[in-house]
Structures are given as C-alpha cells and as structure tokens.
Design a protein around this ligand. Structure first.
Ligand SMILES: NC(=O)c1ccc[n+]([C@@H]2O[C@H](COP(=O)([O-])OP(=O)(O)OC[C@H]3O[C@@H](n4cnc5c(N)ncnc54)[C@H](O)[C@@H]3O)[C@@H](O)[C@H]2O)c1
Length: 348
C-alpha cells in the first residue's frame, strides 16, 4: 500500500511543486489550503484536495482523516512585508496554525513532520555563509513567527510525555525560485518580481545599490530535499539550511533576467530605492537632530588617536599622533608575543 503525505499549503508555489514530486515518488497526496495566495488549479488532479484553514481544528481533523504517514507543513503567511501591516495574521496562521498542525500529528500518531522554516529566522547575519548554529535574531514579524513555530515543532519532538513516536525536520529555506511562482504577487520572490516587471515592460525596482547578494535555490532542488527526509529516521530533530550555497548580487540577477528575456541589461531602466534611513522625521520633530557627517568622522578618528597610549614614544605637543603609526608601529619596549592592541584598547 502506498504511503500518504498531507501537504498544508499545497496550492502555493512550493506546496504544489511538492505535490508533483510526492506523486512521482509514489505517495498518495492530500492537500489542505485556504487559497489565501494558493490556487486550486495548480494542484494536480490526483491529489485529495480540501479547501480548509489550519487555524480551524475542525478543518484539520478532516484533512488528517485518514492519518497520513508524513505531514509537510508548508502553509503560512509567507511575506515579510505583509507581516508588518498585519502581525496578527502571522501569529494566528504561522504560530497558532503550526501548533494546531503539530497537535493534530501528535493526536493522530503521525510519526514525521517536515516544516518550512526560513532564512529570515537568522535576521541580520554576522557572517556569510551562515551555518545552522548561528543565533536566530529575526528582524521581521514574519521571521519572528517562523522562528517561534520552528521552536514549537522541534520542542514537541523532545516532549517526554508522548506515547507515540513523533519526529520532525526543519528546512530553513533561502530564496526559492522556479516555475509556478506568481509574477504578479509583489510579496513573492525577487526573481519572479523582476521577470514580471521585464515582461510587462516596467522598470526593475532594486532596493539599495543592488550589490547585496542572495542565495537562490531552485524549486526542484527544494522538493528533492523534502522528499529525502519524508521517512522517520532521516535528519530527525534538526534544522537544516536549504540553499544553493552560491550567492548572486541583485544587480547580476537583473542583468540575467534582461539577457534571458532579450533586453540589453545596460539600457534597461532600473529604479533604485534608497536603503539609507530617512531622517526627515527626526529633523522635523527634534531640535537636536544628528548633524555631523564626514567632519564627525574626522573628529572621532583624531580624538581616538590622541587617547591611544604612546607606549614609550614621546607625545608630539599640539597635534594628535598619526593614526597609521599608532595602529601599526611596534614599540621597542613591547615584550615579545603581545599583540599590537593599542588602537583597539583606545577605542573602549
Ligand atoms: N518562497 C520562498 O522563497 C520561501 C523561503 C523560505 C521559506 N518559505 C516558506 O515556505 C512556505 C511556502 O512558501 P511559498 O513561497 O510557496 O508561499 P505561498 O504563499 O505560495 O504558499 C503558502 C500557501 O499556504 C496557504 N495558506 C496560507 N494561509 C493558510 C491557512 N490559514 N490555512 C491553509 N492554508 C494557508 C496559501 O493559500 C498558499 O497556498 C511558507 O511556509 C514560507 O514561509 C518560502
């Protein structure tokens, strides 16, 4: 008898591609989706489809009957930008909805759940590439909700009171792209946004100067990885980054899209939107708004340098020491093996 997978959010971009993959792997596929962004017509006809909501435990009870062998929990409010306008939705769908799905798995004795985590759980990354043990410091409400849900999922796998085995794998996915992505949804991936803009003859909108880079991972690589962990005993109880491992700048991405769609990338109109903080508000509302720019930096460097310990060198009166000298010159009285830390200690 074939195994059964239930895919929440199976009508969305990643969800309906997972439906195809799991049918090809010989699974029976069930889908629950409330069609918030997903489209029923994208779901292959062989799937058992339920228009239902993961916030509603009655809908989930129907979707879990009969109990699947594995649940792919993909449904979510999936937009960073939208999360700022309606954080309640992220709490209800992404956090409470996930708790409902996890509870349904536990109640029905489903042995495995795979959860759609997100790179946004990392927030501002100190280092690239970012590894799974990096701190999770999300900066969007969406990222916060995905992180909280991940904790609920993984904590449940460690609950000592469960009578039936329950395991889970989390994929923290990077920028997923590929066929089936909406070209009109402004909240979907940046590649689809650029393709849509170029096809409609609109300028490409780039945030900042476009030198920032992203990891783009192809949808088939994503669905292959999900299928690989569908069985209990594979990658249980952990969160795994799911990216391509390569980085591409936003400018290069625009260039590629233009070339593939037959446009000269040098001539194609690009609308750059500033990333620098706008400080009009503080200027208008507060009398002591920040006023220093390059003059402030010069002043700061001179002051820092003048406080640096001289380490045996005579201070030149009336003029701060040369910064390059303070930083690099090795003093003659320094015992061997002590690192040249003057500049750092002067900063404190
Ligand atoms: N696309 C990416 O690059 C990316 C990256 C990292 C993580 N993710 C995560 O992957 C998942 C899928 O993302 P996507 O890009 O396919 O987005 P999507 O919007 O195309 O898919 C989400 C699906 O969930 C459904 N849904 C939303 N609320 C629901 C609810 N209350 N009940 C039932 N169904 C509901 C939507 O109708 C849609 O079909 C999301 O969990 C998202 O957070 C996506």
């Amino acid at each position: 008898m074939s195994k059964r997978v239930l895919i929440t959010g199976g009508a969305g971009f990643i969800g309906h591609n997972l439906c195809r993959r799991m049918l090809a792997e010989g699974y029976e596929v069930g889908v629950i989706d409330n069609e918030f962004t997903g489209r029923r017509e994208d779901v292959p006809g062989e799937c058992a489809y339920l228009k239902g909501d993961i916030r509603n435990t009655g809908d989930l009870a129907k979707a879990f009957d009969p109990a699947p062998d594995v649940v792919f929990h993909v449904a979510a409010q999936a937009s960073n930008i939208r999360s700022f306008g309606d954080p309640r939705l992220d709490i209800d769908v992404n956090i409470q909805g996930t708790i409902n799905v996890v509870n349904a798995c536990v109640e029905r004795g489903v042995p495995k759940l795979v959860y759609a985590g997100s790179m946004t759980e990392y927030g501002l990354m100190d280092r690239l590439p970012v590894n799974e043990d990096a701190p999770l410091r999300p900066i969007s409400y969406y990222g916060i909700s995905k992180t909280a849900a991940e904790h609920f999922v993984l904590s449940t796998t460690r609950r000592p009171d469960l009578t039936a085995p329950f395991s889970a794998t989390v994929f923290r996915m990077f920028n997923v792209y590929g066929p089936g992505q909406s070209l009109t949804n402004p909240y979907q991936g940046v590649l689809a946004i650029f393709i849509g803009q170029v096809l409609r003859g609109e300028p490409c909108t780039v945030d900042g100067d476009g030198t920032q880079s992203r990891d783009f991972v192809y949808i088939d690589d994503v669905t292959r990885a999900w299928a690989a962990v569908a069985e209990p005993g594979v990658a249980d109880g952990i969160a795994i980054n799911l990216g391509s491992g390569a980085r591409l700048s936003v400018n290069d991405l625009v260039r590629e899209v233009c070339i593939v769609l037959g446009h000269d990338p040098k001539a194609y109109p690009i609308e750059k939107r500033p990333l620098r903080p706008g400080i009009n508000c503080i200027r208008k509302r507060i009398s002591r708004a920040p006023a220093m720019s390059s003059a402030g930096r010069r002043k700061s460097v001179s002051r820092t340098a003048s406080r640096a310990p001289s380490r045996g060198r005579k201070k030149r009166a009336g003029r701060p020491p040369d910064v390059a000298l303070v930083r690099h010159e090795k003093p003659t009285d320094e015992p061997p093996g002590i690192p040249p830390v003057f500049f750092r200690s002067a900063e404190r």
